[in-house]
Design a protein around this ligand. Structure first.
Ligand SMILES: Nc1ncnc2c1ncn2[C@@H]1O[C@H](COP(=O)(O)OP(=O)(O)OP(=O)(O)O)[C@@H](O)[C@H]1O
Ligand SMILES: [Mg+2]
Length: 260
């Protein structure tokens, strides 16, 4: 099926958002399709995080429409979004510092010891670490050893762990839309590459991904489409093949526009 006929995983139409007298978003349209990575770019204060918050239901738009899988959604909040398969990847906010990596990843579905210890709720930690190591390997992600408490991790390791946690949960669901706000902001070269690979693999298995980033190499390596906000307005939305470094910079600074 051609992309224009297929339902968008998430579609925003005419979204505006005011914070008091500040107009953070002005009549923004944006679509992301299954299997597609849309990079959302723009200078500081352009409205990128606000747009992601509207997409995740964390903030209500002042006006405009949201449709998930081709269906308009009337009441949209994070719970509804999550039920419909739209997930925001929160960074270290989502992790519990005092618990180790495995427990953070398996939270709520920890494997229990064999009968009768399971009746008492005893967790099989060895098994849990094994499950976690396997999942991380499958995701192509390396962080610290699975039994290390999150509070001991470096900023980059925490970030990778948080992304892996979201990825594990979403992979189980099998499809949906993933929203990421600067997932590589605190990452070094190798970890950025790891997250890049993870984003691409998730898209290749059918997830729709919206990635906010200031990292242009990441954007070019991983995206299928590039959308740019400038002072709350969408000024560019093109296939990646139609963008290069200088055009993207011109859109970000507001010198040019391109909606294709
Ligand atoms: N909760 C809020 N209350 C008032 N104004 C807000 C709020 N959140 C964002 N804004 C304003 O809306 C505009 C867009 O902010 P937003 O955080 O979406 O920008 P951004 O593109 O994510 O920037 P950055 O690249 O710096 O993260 C800014 O002018 C900001 O000050
Ligand atoms: Mg932001």
């Amino acid at each position: 099926m051609s992309k224009s006929l297929e339902n968008a995983a998430l579609r925003l139409s005419g979204i505006s958002k005011h914070y008091g007298y500040i107009k953070a978003l002005d009549d923004v349209d944006l679509e992301v399709h299954p299997g597609e990575v849309v990079a959302l770019l723009g200078d500081n204060g352009a409205g990128k995080s606000t747009l992601l918050k509207v997409m995740s239901g964390a903030h209500q738009a002042s006006s405009g429409e949201i449709a998930v899988n081709g269906r308009k959604v009337d009441r949209y909040d994070p719970r509804v979004a999550s039920e419909l398969g739209v997930e925001m990847v929160y960074q270290d906010l989502a992790l519990i510092d005092t618990l180790d990596i495995s427990t953070n990843l398996q939270l709520g579905k920890e494997p229990l010891m064999p009968f009768p210890l399971n009746l008492l709720g005893f967790v099989d930690f060895r098994r849990m670490h094994e499950i976690t190591e396997t999942q991380l390997e499958r995701l192509g992600v390396r962080t610290a050893p699975a039994e290390r408490p999150v509070e001991m991790l470096s900023g980059g390791q925490r970030q990778v762990t948080a992304i892996a946690r979201a990825a594990v949960r979403l992979f189980e669901r099998g499809k949906g839309t993933i929203l990421m706000d600067e997932p590589t902001a605190a990452l070094g070269y190798e970890q950025t590459k790891m997250v890049e690979g993870l984003i691409r693999r998730m898209a290749d298995t059918g997830f729709a991904i919206v990635l906010v980033t200031h990292n242009l190499p990441l954007c070019f390596n991983v995206s299928d489409r590039i959308a740019v906000l400038n002072r709350g307005r969408k000024v560019a939305d093109v296939p990646r093949s139609e963008a290069d470094h200088s055009s993207v910079v011109a859109w970000i600074t507001g010198a040019e526009r391109a909606i294709a």
